[in-house]
Design a protein around this ligand. Structure first.
Ligand SMILES: Cc1ncc(COP(=O)(O)O)c(C=O)c1O
Length: 446
């Protein structure tokens, strides 16, 4: 543990103010976790179900720019963004202003009961930003998992077919159908069966592990011969850059070839951009990197700027297949989340140059530190390093020791051996480099 400042400037965790004005420097004033965090951890152990985990052993008082300040006054570098959410930074002024105005006006009427402009405005922006010149419509939900499930519901009604194709290394969420569609047993599936029916899995390209684009296409054709009649398939759901599965970008022609194959059978292409979307790879949607126009696009995470919001956007005739009342929910498209989303969607184009600059820096640094037999991969600032060992032990050591040194990092991948970088684009160059210095030291074994 490195303690850099002797006098702890303890933060009053009930009145702390975050946002970009928070001093942007890593600063450790206690061990990690400090005494206040340890006390909260005891209360948590007594009150919070153990199935809900946390990566960081400290409790947050404030966050902003590229740092998280804990209740003991430690300031940690944030390379996680709340799992790909706060791209514009925590408590970003544009989000705070809009949400504050909205709180004062009204907090909830339920769009299904008494509609409001914010919901319509977010759907207008999503339909405008989603690839394709065709007519589009959108619907809003609370979480990525809920939106994925609704995309499948829409595809089933629009095609009149039950089956769903998903891929190895996929992550689509934790609710029943989304969990069934997810491709990692521990901790997401073990003991949670029976799973939803009519979900068929096939490999996606993963060259580092020997699955080429041709292999993946051949496997899908084989699936249609051996396991499921393509005429009974409503949709295939694919992340353009698989997130939890290990930051695995699709190969250059796979989305196009997949779309052609699906079109042959009238199967809809659902593009899950919950993690890769809203600028995480540079452009608004990762799929723009492949020039493909999917039938439905699922967004979430960054969309709400830290408030819960997810969306399904797609061809108008497909979206309109479901009769009124079939989609929605009490809180879906809550006014506060919509207010935040308007600020986020407005900010997307402006943040792209910074995102790309960060992406270039990350790749350069990760490639320089990558040990033999590892792979650095990803697109723009959505990059990761897959370490050569398969067990995840080394990755756990790195992420644990990083936390002790004031750096928040996340791992991913079925084997847990991938370190992924999900940086808020508001991080300063200095803190980014400091974080990468810590990572480099740990990757090199120090
Ligand atoms: C690609 C993808 N889809 C769906 C989800 C589920 O989103 P949520 O956790 O908001 O339910 C996630 C979450 O990590 C995701 O990465």
């Amino acid at each position: 543990m490195t303690t850099e400042t002797a006098a702890p400037a303890a933060v009053d965790d009930r009145s702390a103010v975050g946002g970009p004005d928070l001093p942007q420097e890593r600063r450790l004033v206690t061990e990690i976790p400090g005494p206040k965090s340890r006390a909260l951890q005891e209360r948590r152990t007594a009150a919070v179900a153990s199935g809900v985990g946390s990566v960081l052993p400290v409790y947050v008082a404030a966050a902003g720019g590229g740092v998280i300040v804990d209740v003991d006054g430690n300031s940690l570098i944030d390379l996680a963004s709340g799992i790909a959410v706060v791209s514009v930074g925590n408590s970003a002024p544009e989000v705070v202003d809009r949400v504050t105005d909205q709180v004062a006006a009204f907090t909830h009427t339920c769009f299904m009961v008494a509609p409001y402009e914010g919901y319509v405005e977010v759907c207008e922006a999503l339909t405008r930003l989603t690839p394709g010149d065709h007519a589009k419509k959108a619907a809003l939900f609370n979480s990525g998992a809920e939106a994925v499930e609704n995309a499948v519901k829409i595809a089933r009604v629009a095609t009149g077919r039950p089956a769903v194709i998903v891929f190895d290394y996929a992550f689509h969420g934790r609710t029943l159908l989304a969990m069934t569609m997810t491709s990692k047993v521990v901790p997401y599936k073990q003991g949670f069966g029976p799973f939803a029916p009519e979900v068929y899995r096939t490999p996606a390209p993963y060259p580092f592990r020997g699955i080429s684009e041709d292999d993946a296409i051949a496997a899908l054709k084989h699936l249609f011969k051996g396991d499921v009649d393509p005429q009974s398939v409503a949709c295939a759901v694919l992340e353009p850059v698989q997130g939890e599965g290990g930051f695995i970008p699709m190969t250059p022609d796979f989305p196009k070839r997949l779309q052609e194959l699906l079109d042959d059978y009238g199967i809809l292409y659902v593009n899950d951009e919950v993690q890769s979307g809203c600028g995480r790879t540079g452009p608004v949607w990762a799929i723009e990197n492949w020039g493909v126009e999917p039938d439905l696009l699922v967004s979430g995470k960054t969309l709400g700027g830290g408030l819960p919001l997810a969306g399904v956007t797609g061809r108008a005739e497909i979206m309109d297949a479901v009769p009124p009342g079939g989609l929605g929910g009490t809180f879906g498209g809550n006014p506060l989340s919509c207010a935040a989303a308007i600020a986020i969607l407005d900010a997307l184009e402006g943040q792209r140059p910074r995102a790309e600059k960060i992406g270039a820096r990350l790749r350069e640094r990760l490639e320089a530190m990558a040990p033999e037999g590892s792979e650095v991969r990803g697109i723009g600032p959505m990059v990761a390093i897959e370490l050569p060992e398969r067990t995840g032990d080394e990755t756990s050591r790195i992420t644990r020791e990083a936390r002790e040194q004031g750096l928040l990092l996340l791992s991913c991948g079925i084997y847990g051996n991938v370190i992924r970088i999900l940086v808020p684009f508001t991080i300063g160059d200095g803190e980014l480099d400091k974080g990468l210095d810590i990572l480099e030291g740990l990757v090199r074994g120090g």
